[in-house]
Ligand binder design. Structure first.
Ligand SMILES: [Zn+2]
Length: 182
């Protein structure tokens, strides 16, 4: 993959794909400009495409200021570091306390979910949890652990969550005030 460092648009990822037949521009979740070009496009040509399409990009695509992109990258890095030193241990702590067994803890930075639990017992936790108050963070962990026994949101599932976190309803509600995205 080629990365163009553009003074106006910041880092632009260029994906050379055997599937693309023409040049396409899009915006990543972090507000970066992305380009996909046919596989055999040279770097020189990719840069030229970018230059000749500046007006169109300015008009059509909400590219984030390069400064803002960098600030966000930095924030993500800091959160990831904090999360690595905390979330897997907190998960382990609660699992041991309540007798759950999971296979693995994975850290994610999806924009839409705080956590998930897969049928092969992998628990994913969003690094954005490091931005929310501890009781809410613990609630998400207990919620995902309860999914090890109930892969749904049935009454039995909520009863199990409630047995470990009496205030789960309030926590679930408060969590909506935060966004998992970094
Ligand atoms: Zn759930």
């Amino acid at each position: 993959m080629l990365i163009i460092n553009d003074p106006e648009f910041g880092e632009v990822k260029v994906r050379k794909s055997p599937l693309s037949k023409s040049v396409r521009f899009s915006i990543s979740t972090s507000g970066r400009l992305q380009m996909s070009v046919p596989k055999y496009t040279s770097d020189f040509l990719a840069k030229r495409f970018l230059n000749t399409n500046r007006d169109l990009i300015r008009e059509k695509l909400p590219v984030k200021d390069p400064k803002e992109q960098r600030a966000r990258d930095y924030q993500k890095k800091v959160l990831m570091k904090k999360a690595k030193e905390y979330l897997p241990y907190r998960l382990e702590y609660h699992a041991k306390l309540y007798g759950y067994e999971y296979d693995k803890c994975r850290l994610t930075h999806a924009n839409t979910r705080w956590g998930s639990c897969s049928s092969n017992r992998v628990i994913s936790l969003n690094i954005g949890l490091m931005k929310v108050p501890e009781p809410l963070r613990d609630y998400v962990i207990l919620h995902e652990l309860a999914h090890l026994n109930h892969m749904d949101h049935s009454k039995a599932f909520w009863a199990e969550v409630g047995s470990h976190d009496k205030n789960y309803k309030a926590h679930e509600k408060k969590l909506k005030l935060f966004s998992p995205g970094v």
